[in-house]
Design a protein around this ligand. Structure first.
Ligand code: SAH
Ligand code: SF4
Length: 388
């Protein structure tokens, strides 16, 4: 059986290397070739012994998902549609900004959670992506962008009005990387299609690789998991790999959140806020980012701003307002700019740092919540199977 090396974190790669009878230090070398330099051909891994290269040809591959299409928006946002087999496809989006580049990665083909305002949620669910398919998005993007978009990872990349991965003073990393280093992407957000925490077992090795100095060497504050709020899994992430956390809130009370996000019926706001506070003990930053999609006349009023301020009183937070991005068939509309500004001003006046996300890439349907990919929905079948 051939193993796809893209999905193996340090431990599993070491086990694989031992299995083929090689010395442990080879794992590190191999990891650098694959992730740091984006190399897929074993024959080109020049400092590996010939016998090892031959063994690898027999037993392993480095295979990222196939690119179906690749589009660049007027504002430079780039979107890839990736083949996930059997009629499924997911999307990966790169957002270039001065001094940094953020990659938005998908974790599932579709999503089971069916939030009302989300295009992915409306399409149903097919399957979890495996670790190689998740990391493969980063590997592929770095390779595709390598020639055109490289920059140093320094402080410059960590500032910005609508920053999702704010940080300060991170030391320069990986300065030994050569000209071929594979580093166009400086920040990763798991905010594409799917609910990352519901695919925990594949997301975890992928996160570990993003952080590994021999792979992508990103700091924990430059990697953000966005979740709709799966309380026990927020706790699990806190134990296993506490990267930056963004929580999709979207409503300041349970009645409205129940309606917009059915997962709230299982994990209501009180429990969610408890998990956020616990997460802060281990988080790489001293606040949680709350995402709040601005839906005209639904969650954007003065009263709701007041409720939100009260809800967040005990949780060190930053709020990121996301102007709703429409998609075909939706009942919602984006809040007018004035309304978003008023809402933002109320929160800021109450001491909650609030930013409004720039809408990027909407001319190529690459904006938040517009990612549709292609999903062969199996949800109904799953429900039928569970009922049987
Ligand atoms: N499932 C995870 C991550 C993917 S969604 C989550 O829900 O957090 C990434 C972000 O885009 C979430 O905050 C989500 O609520 C938001 N979003 C979904 N649909 C949107 C839309 N139509 N317009 C703007 N933001 C949207
Ligand atoms: Fe799933 Fe997130 Fe979309 Fe909700 S917002 S349906 S959790 S991808």
């Amino acid at each position: 059986m051939t193993v796809n090396l893209l999905g193996l974190d340090e431990q599993t790669l070491a086990a694989f290397i031992a299995e083929i009878g090689e010395k442990p230090f080879r794992a590190k070398q191999l990891m650098r070739w694959v992730h740091r330099f984006g190399e897929s051909r074993f024959s080109d891994m020049s400092d590996l012994a010939k016998t090892l290269r031959e063994k690898l040809v027999q037993s392993a591959v480095v295979a990222a998902p196939r690119v179906i299409s690749d589009g660049v928006s007027e504002d430079g946002t780039r979107k890839w549609l990736l083949d996930m087999g059997r009629g499924n496809a997911v999307e990966t989006v790169f957002i270039p900004e001065a001094g940094r580049g953020t990659l938005c990665i998908s974790t599932q083909a579709g999503c089971t959670l069916a939030c009302e305002f989300c295009s992915t949620g409306k399409q149903g669910f097919n399957r979890n992506l495996d670790a190689a398919e998740i990391v493969g998005q980063l590997w592929m993007a770095n390779r595709a962008l390598g020639a055109t978009h490289t920059h140093e990872q320094g402080e410059r990349g960590e500032r910005g009005a609508d920053d999702l991965a704010l940080a300060c003073g991170e030391r320069q990393r990986n300065s030994e990387r050569g000209a071929r280093a594979n580093r166009a992407v400086s920040n990763v957000v798991l905010m594409g299609m799917g609910e990352p925490l519901l695919n925990f077992d594949n997301v975890l090795p992928a996160l570990r690789l993003m952080l590994d100095d021999n792979a992508y060497g990103l700091s924990r504050r430059r990697v953000t998991v966005s979740t709709s709020g799966i309380v026990p899994l927020i706790d699990r992430l806190r134990e296993a790999c506490p990267v930056a956390l963004a929580v999709s809130l979207h409503a300041p009370n349970d009645a409205l959140r129940d309606r917009l996000m059915p997962i709230n019926r299982k994990y209501p706001l009180r429990e969610l806020m408890g998990a956020c506070v616990r997460y802060l003990d281990r988080a790489p930053r001293d606040f949680i980012t709350f995402e709040y999609v601005m839906l005209s006349g639904v969650n954007d009023g003065e009263q709701q701003a007041r409720e939100l301020i009260a809800l967040l009183a005990d949780v060190p937070s930053k709020v990121n307002l996301i102007p709703f991005n429409p998609f075909p068939g939706t009942e919602f509309q984006r809040s007018p700019r004035e309304v978003i500004r008023r809402f933002s001003d109320s929160l800021n006046a109450a001491g909650i740092v609030t930013t409004t996300r720039k809408t990027r890439g909407d001319d190529i349907d690459a904006a938040c919540g517009q990612l549709a990919g292609q999903v062969q929905d199996r949800t109904r079948r799953v429900i039928r199977m569970e009922a049987a």
